[in-house]
Ligand binder design. Structure first.
Ligand code: NAP
Length: 279
């Protein structure tokens, strides 16, 4: 069965839209975009479009690639203090001359809808509730829950250990009582480890999961998204050969991507009133 993130995300977005209309409130998302990376521009435009559709007000602050670090930090401080702004998002990556650490540390954790700040990441890692959960892992858990895939007691293998996907995914699966193995580029016997998984979550950005590594019981979530040599979007899993062999698999595109945006929208909607979350 296909884990249809696109369809599930539509339902979430419609629910959020109805909820905001009922409450008659307007959360406000401020987005900071530095430089002219075309992919970042597309990501930002997609997030803004989805947010506006739901009824979230958005503001975009664009800066040239050589903007001074202080200018961006001052903007973040100003947005932190602006009562109308409920959510702040700094589109990554940012240019090298700007300290990622300083930018992240500057964001008010109560407006940190990406879950980048040490307070939110720290809370997540000790099992406390952060103000916001990171969008991609939260979206993946919602997708698994939608299809009633059991997590407790299962062996989940997470491939990739990035701060935005692999690490928080592992922590959130642990919190749900999965037995978690984290793999990365130095992992020995990757294939043997993947073979023992009930749930495989691959967040690498290249072809990793092949048919000989999976079994019928495998649930596969493909986070990777990149262009193949023909310019087509593809994921970490060899979908054509793996899909017929397993019970559940998420496609690329149409799997984790839409769930990530829907999950981010949940965070932005909840940023209006984090005592009264929508879901
Ligand atoms: P990242 O920072 O690009 O890191 C990739 C991870 O993969 C690293 O931990 C790396 O290990 C590991 N890795 C690299 N080669 C490996 C190999 N041969 N075997 C095992 N592990 C290997 O990760 P990311 O930012 O999480 O992105 C990963 C992919 O997910 C990308 O394609 C990205 O575009 C996609 N993504 C999609 C969404 C979505 O919403 N669909 C969201 C976020 C990311 P080391 O740590 O040892 O280097």
């Amino acid at each position: 069965m296909i884990l249809d993130g696109k369809a599930v995300a539509v339902q979430i977005v419609e629910k959020l839209k109805a909820e905001l209309a009922k409450k008659n409130v307007t959360p406000q998302l401020a987005v900071i975009l530095i430089g002219d990376d075309p992919a970042s521009r597309v990501y930002v435009r997609n997030k803004q479009k989805k947010a506006e559709y739901i009824g979230i007000k958005t503001q975009l602050f664009e800066y040239p690639v050589d903007v001074a670090e202080k200018v961006v930090l001052d903007k973040i401080y100003q947005l932190n203090n602006d009562k109308n702004v409920t959510a702040i998002l700094v589109q990554m990556p940012i240019p090298e001359h700007i300290s990622r650490e300083k930018i992240i540390m500057a964001i008010d954790p109560r407006k940190d809808v990406d879950c980048f700040t040490p307070e939110n990441v720290g809370k997540l890692s000790i099992g406390l509730k952060p103000y916001f959960y990171p969008a991609t892992p939260q979206g993946i858990l919602m997708l698994l829950d939608y299809y009633k895939i059991p997590i407790e007691g299962k062996h989940a293998v997470v491939i990739g250990r990035s701060n935005i996907v692999g690490k928080p995914m592992s922590q959130m699966l642990l919190k749900r009582n999965a037995t978690v193995t984290i793999c990365h580029s130095h992992t020995e016997n990757l294939e043997e480890i993947i073979k023992t998984a009930d749930i495989i979550i691959s967040a690498v950005g290249k072809k990793i999961v092949r048919c000989k590594m999976v079994s019928k019981k495998s649930v596969i979530v493909d986070v990777g998204i990149y262009k193949d040599s023909n310019g087509n979007l593809t994921g970490d899993v060899d979908f054509a050969e793996v899909a017929p062999l397993v019970d559940f698999i998420s496609p690329v595109p149409g799997g984790v991507g839409p769930m990530t945006i829907a999950s981010l929208m949940i965070n932005v909607v909840n940023s209006y009133d984090d005592n009264n979350p929508v879901s």
